[in-house]
Design a protein around this ligand. Structure first.
Ligand code: GSH
Length: 192
């Protein structure tokens, strides 16, 4: 999504996580935790998606600027990036694993995992919904890296029963419709 906003098409290499390729010694030379993604820029290499998107926004001058220059708005962007990684994503991923990834591998949904995640996801979505009551994007009028951070998880969450949690929160739902209808997102998810 960050590349798409910058109008840059990266060279992509697929790592087949369902086949366990992320744990291969070759891949772990690049990502020592045995995960994806990895960014290679010439002889510079790094991992951790949120660090990668900050690097891309600082290095690519084309397309949209995704980080506010105002110090207070920048701080708010960092705040929402932290909320995404610490509060939203762990509970959203419980839904995504239990309703998508585990069944895709032939496993059965563990409803107790979903039940434990539900109140946490609801509380986080309440906070997002309240913040978005008077804003187009998480930090106001500017679409930033903070909005991008939520997008891959929301894309999957909306394909699980977790969709109801988002749909019940009108400001959050309108925000998701707004950001996921961007042409860059259609490009990022291969629908354009
Ligand atoms: N904090 C890391 C997390 C990376 C992560 O969880 N990657 C997942 C795919 S989205 C993965 O590689 N899962 C396979 C595994 O952990 O074996 C980041 O944001 O880059």
């Amino acid at each position: 999504m960050t590349f798409a906003e910058k109008n840059v098409t990266p060279e992509m290499t697929t790592v087949d996580v369902f086949a366990g390729a992320q744990k291969s010694p070759e891949h772990m030379k690049h990502q020592p935790f045995g995960q994806i993604p990895v960014l290679q820029d010439g002889d510079f290499e790094m991992f951790e998606s949120r660090a990668i998107i900050r690097y891309l926004d600082s290095q690519l001058s084309s397309g949209a600027k995704l980080t506010p220059s105002d110090a207070k708005l920048h701080a708010k962007m960092e705040q929402w990036i932290s909320v995404e990684s610490a509060n939203f994503t762990p509970s959203a991923m419980a839904y995504i694993y239990q309703y998508m990834f585990i069944p895709m591998r032939g496993g059965k949904t563990d409803e107790s995992v979903v039940a434990a995640a539900k109140p946490k996801l609801e509380a986080c979505c309440d906070i997002l919904d309240k913040n978005l009551a008077d804003k187009q994007f998480l930090c106001g009028d500017m679409f930033t890296l903070a909005d991008i951070g939520f997008m891959p998880y929301l894309e999957y969450l909306m394909q699980t029963p977790g969709k109801e949690i988002v749909a019940a929160r009108p400001n959050m739902m309108k925000w998701w419709e707004r950001i996921s209808s961007r042409p860059s997102w259609k490009k990022a998810i291969g629908q354009a």
